[in-house]
Design a protein around this ligand. Structure first.
Ligand code: ATP
Ligand code: MG
Length: 332
């Protein structure tokens, strides 16, 4: 009966699964967290429109994709339309000056990365913001990830627990050469898509019109959208899936020969193209098809990531207790 199988209760058949749900419920973003982010976004949009009248500010990332925790930052994308692409550094420099006079903003920093961002904090709440200019792929993939997050009840607890595990083990920081949260989320989705009995399909293949990469950015839905839930025959518990995820990356996935493609719901062979050549980890961006794991460029960091998957797999396999790889007391 589909109605029953959609409830998370069906997938809590062992202690490990119960611990995962407990962690998920304690850590997931609350509606009050989202309201605070949205209020700040609306205030900032007003300030920005004094300088760029047609600009629109979008909340993206885990605040909007269903995979956020109470401690997640707020990712913002400033969309400035027009025939002439503005230089992001120029735009962000002007915003930096404007934001300095705002009493509710502090610690403003311009980061000159491949995608330049303005980092700042809300005074008092310590809420962190990352603001980019016209990196609209983030709006599209936020909608895609949200659609996956709600396609099966197991997806959100799985990804949130794995993000916490990766953060606890210091392999979840792209600025330090390890995995971004976005890369981790795609790695989990890939695992769920490629099980013998898949938990997830490729939503881009199943609903090409909903995820058209050329859709006008204003038309990309920002609320829960009418993607019907995927009815999977896979009845694995959350705990089985967590152990299977670690096992897959510790013993099955071939880092030097395979590219992860959530778009295709399979692996692709690692070709000699510019995008994949000499890269330790290859995870395809579902819309732009570039490598989202390019931050992992040091052999030492790559090895540390692989060791973490292997060690955690063997420990969890033996103990079947989440505390053995992620001490709950230190997180909740
Ligand atoms: P956290 O809860 O840790 O903040 P997050 O989902 O916000 O997680 P980030 O890795 O900080 O994850 O990325 C924020 C958002 O920016 C992602 O959800 C995605 O929309 C976009 N993004 C990040 N990296 C890339 C990338 N390499 N290519 C395209 N979009 C990206
Ligand atoms: Mg974020």
């Amino acid at each position: 009966v589909p109605d029953i199988s959609l409830s998370i209760q069906n997938y809590i058949t062992d202690k490990l699964s119960g611990q995962m749900v407990e962690l998920f419920e304690a850590c997931q973003q609350q509606s009050s967290d989202l309201e605070r982010k949205e209020a700040c976004r609306a205030r900032l949009q007003e300030v920005i429109q004094e300088i760029f009248p047609v600009a629109r500010l979008y909340l993206t990332g885990s605040s909007m994709n269903g995979l956020g925790s109470r401690s997640s930052d707020a990712d913002l994308c400033l969309v400035i339309k027009g025939n002439k692409r503005p230089n992001p550094i120029d735009v962000l420099s002007r915003l930096k000056r404007a934001f300095r006079s705002l009493p509710y903003i502090e610690r403003i920093q311009l980061i000159r990365a491949k995608v330049p961002i303005l980092k700042f904090r809300e005074r008092g709440s310590h809420l962190e913001f990352d603001l980019n200019v016209n990196n609209t792929v983030g709006i599209r993939n936020t909608f895609l990830l949200r659609s996956y997050a709600y396609a099966d009840v197991r997806v959100r607890p799985m990804i949130l627990v794995i993000k916490k595990w990766a953060r606890h083990n210091q392999i979840n920081d792209a600025s330090k050469g390890t995995l971004s949260s976005y890369t981790l989320a795609l790695m989990v989705l890939h695992y769920l898509q490629t099980l013998k009995e898949p938990v997830l399909p490729s939503l881009q293949k199943a609903h090409p019109e909903s995820f058209n990469p050329f859709m006008d950015i204003d038309m990309v839905p920002d609320g829960p959208k009418n993607i019907p839930p995927y009815i999977s025959r896979n009845q694995s518990s959350l705990g089985e899936l967590l152990l299977g995820f670690l096992r897959y990356y510790a013993t099955v996935f071939s880092w030097d020969k395979q590219v992860i493609s959530v778009r295709e719901a399979t692996t692709l062979p690692k070709t000699n193209s510019q995008e994949w050549r000499n890269k330790f980890i290859c995870v395809e961006e579902p819309f732009e098809r570039n490598n989202v794991a390019r931050a992992v460029h040091e052999k030492m960091k790559f090895d540390a990531i692989k060791v973490q998957f292997a060690e955690s797999y063997w420990i969890l396999h033996a103990r079947k207790d989440l505390n053995s790889i992620l001490p709950l007391r230190s997180i909740i």
